[in-house]
Write a protein of this length. Structure first.
Length: 114
């Protein structure tokens, strides 16, 4: 089970951080990442840790967003800087476990005003 938090309303060029706390140990997760879905658009990848420990970012957020993890707290974070109105979306965390199960968080709204 995943619990996302930390969204909110911010002005353009501002910063927000969202977090995703897992009920299980994230050390057994193969893939951990953040996706987002804007109104009328498909859900898209924002940033993710791969099973090899590397990170992948969408081109639109490179240099502005940073994904990180705290294994002791079983939490994955997404630090978002220099936010733009087009970053407005519901942000979802996703974890793919070594068991094969895939979990999604409930989503947290991020709204960036111009």
């Amino acid at each position: 089970q995943l619990q996302a938090s930390g969204g909110g309303l911010v002005q353009a060029r501002g910063s927000l951080s969202v977090s995703c706390a897992a009920s299980g140990s994230i050390s057994s997760a193969n893939v951990m990442g953040w996706y987002r879905q804007a109104p009328g658009k498909q859900r898209e990848l924002v940033a993710t840790f791969t099973r090899f420990g590397s990170t992948v970012y969408a081109d639109s957020v490179k240099g502005r967003f940073t994904i990180s993890r705290d294994n002791a707290k079983n939490t994955v974070y997404l630090q978002m800087n220099n936010l733009k109105p087009e970053d407005t979306a519901i942000y979802y965390c996703k974890m793919a476990w070594s068991s094969g199960r895939v979990d999604w968080g409930q989503g947290t709204q991020v709204t960036v005003s111009s």
